[in-house]
Design a protein around this ligand. Structure first.
Ligand code: C2E
Ligand code: CA
Ligand code: CA
Length: 525
């Protein structure tokens, strides 16, 4: 592979020195190796190379760099779109399930792309830049490809710096746990807290775990950080009432580490708490590879007596089969199902209600996550969720705040907006409002998916129903909700569609008769 690349880059004719390289890294390969053993890992690599060669075919040459990294060289000039297409096909092919020693195994792949001569004329520069692009692909959520761009150098520098700072934070006490109450829907009492990591960075302020957990996972720091979180949570909980539990998030990498049960036993003993007060939150991704290791880990944890919760349920890409054997005590319904569940026409309510039935049949509790509004609270209660967690009760609290809350007793009350207010967009559009046979000129001043502010009509009684022609062919039934002088708030009978940025989709203005501009007419005669 090196010789081939060298040969291309030093070709006598400049036009022949063009090529593209893909650096490819398998996602979750390490997990397979750790749980199924090295011979299984080798068998998987063989199958990966076969699939790779099949997809790349005659377009280029495939080689292995070592570990779970592969390289593809594509000679000549290839359009970006074509490279992107090839990368997508490779990722798709490698993400299909594998059968290894009778086990169904799923992995993914990320690809970094660099092109000669644009991104480098030596093999070192080209590979370094493809590697940066690969890093960006992994950072962007894995299972993606990324083209090299010059600003990736500063991103990589930032990441390296953050990784170093994270090591310092771990040894110097820069990490903190915050605690968010979990409330029983029937009693409105706190049943426990979820421990959520916070990092107070010396120069960047408070950093979100979604930003630094992936770095910790890549840098191999997550096992240590996870142990710190378990130990701290148990230590804090020891001072709290016996009925109060604490849930701690466990990364799939911790779960794949055979020392986890010993660590859990140890922190529980050190804090002298009842193991049933500790709940471990695990995501579906631990089931991507069905292995004896996963089953053994579950049994070991259950033997210790801790509770297990299935986190972010419904967002992963696993089958339901694992629920048959995995001994969960609770399913956490992801906030993406709660968000928007109260919007007319949403299917989220139906999904939540099915998850609740499933959990009840399997004798598991359910926590609805991310409940922000009173309407959402009413809904998840009505749908039968046994617990609620979200801003409607409390945001994650510092330990002191959590203790102050507990000192006032376990009862809490919900507080928040009645319903989510949709983002408003300002606009000025002349429209006609029709009530019975009366037509009125009006102007829309701002609009959201559920309603609009209109000017031009005076003293309209609230509850008046109009039809409104908003755009070409877009006719809505609307109801006035309030009116002050010539301003009126209207609500749409059906919410408008929104695009991926949450902006309402509005058809162009209806074609109007062209206005005669008298001054122009005069001038041009
Ligand atoms: P998660 O486990 O799904 O945690 C719930 C997240 O939702 C938290 O974000 C929480 O602050 C947020 N949240 C709670 N209620 C509401 C609400 O009403 N509305 C909205 N919009 N958000 C709400 P946070 O604290 O930023 O944590 C993000 C993720 O980081 C967590 O998602 C979890 O996956 C991970 N994480 C946090 N702490 C740890 C840890 O100690 N270990 C590991 N491995 N991962 C952790
Ligand atoms: Ca969680
Ligand atoms: Ca969650």
């Amino acid at each position: 592979m090196s010789q081939m690349l060298e040969k291309i880059l030093t070709a006598r004719q400049e036009a022949q020195r063009a090529c593209s390289i893909f650096l490819l890294d398998l996602d979750r390969f390490k997990q397979v190796n750790d749980t199924l053993g090295h011979p299984a890992g080798d068998a998987l690599l063989t199958q990966v190379s076969q699939r790779l060669e099949r997809v790349v075919g005659r377009a280029g040459r495939v080689g292995r760099l070592g570990g779970d990294e592969f390289k593809v060289i594509i000679p000549g000039r290839t359009a970006n779109a074509e490279l992107a297409e090839l990368a997508k096909r490779i990722i798709e092919a490698l993400s299909q399930p594998y059968l290894i020693e009778g086990h169904r195994v799923m992995i993914g792949a990320s690809i970094g792309i660099a092109m000669a001569p644009e991104n480098g004329v030596t093999s070192e520069a080209l590979i370094r830049n493809a590697d940066l692009a690969l890093y960006a692909a992994k950072d962007g959520g894995r299972g993606r490809h990324h083209f090299y761009a010059p600003d990736l150098h500063s991103d990589a520098e930032e990441r390296r710096q953050l990784e170093q700072d994270l090591r310092d934070a771990l040894t110097n006490g820069g990490l903190e746990l915050h605690y968010q109450p979990v409330v029983s829907t029937t009693t409105e009492k706190i049943s426990g807290f979820e421990a959520l990591l916070r990092w107070n960075h010396p120069t960047r302020g408070q950093l979100s775990p979604t930003k630094f957990i992936p770095i910790a996972e890549d840098a191999g720091l997550i096992v240590q950080i996870g142990e710190w979180a378990l130990r701290t949570a148990c230590h804090d909980m020891a001072k709290w009432p016996d009925g109060v539990r604490v849930a701690v998030n466990v990364s799939p990498l911790q779960f794949a580490n055979p020392t986890l049960p010993a660590v859990v036993t140890n922190v529980i003993a050190a804090a002298q708490i009842d193991p049933a007060r500790l709940e471990l939150e695990i995501t579906e991704s631990v089931f991507l590879n069905d292995s004896d290791g996963t089953d053994a880990m579950f049994s070991a944890l259950k033997r210790i007596g801790v509770r297990l919760a299935l986190d972010d349920f419904g967002t992963g890409y696993s089958s339901l089969g694992y629920l048959k054997k995995a001994p969960f005590d609770k399913i956490k319904i992801d906030q993406s199902f709660v968000r928007g569940a109260t919007i007319h026409g949403s299917r989220n309510g139906a999904i939540i209600s099915s998850i609740v039935s499933l959990a009840e049949a399997l004798d598991m509790e359910t926590t609805a996550e991310g409940v922000e509004t009173l309407d959402e609270l009413d809904l998840v209660r009505m749908l039968g969720c046994s617990h609620v967690q979200g801003y409607v009760y409390a945001k994650p609290l510092t330990r002191d705040e959590a203790e102050a809350l507990l000192a006032r007793g376990l009862g809490v009350s919900a507080d928040g907006p009645r319903s989510a207010r949709f983002p408003r967009q300002t606009m000025l559009r002349r429209v006609i409002l029709q009530h019975g046979s009366q037509r009125y000129d009006a102007t829309i001043r701002n609009i959201s998916r559920s309603g609009a502010l209109v000017s031009g009509l005076w003293n309209v009684p609230s509850g008046t129903v109009f039809t409104l022609e908003l755009g070409e062919g877009q006719v809505l039934t609307v109801t006035s909700r309030w009116c002050k002088e010539d301003r009126m708030g209207i609500e749409f009978a059906k919410p408008l569609d929104v695009d991926e940025n949450g902006r309402v989709i509005i058809m162009p203005e209806p074609v109007k008769r062209p206005l005669l501009d008298r001054s122009k007419l005069l001038k041009t005669g």
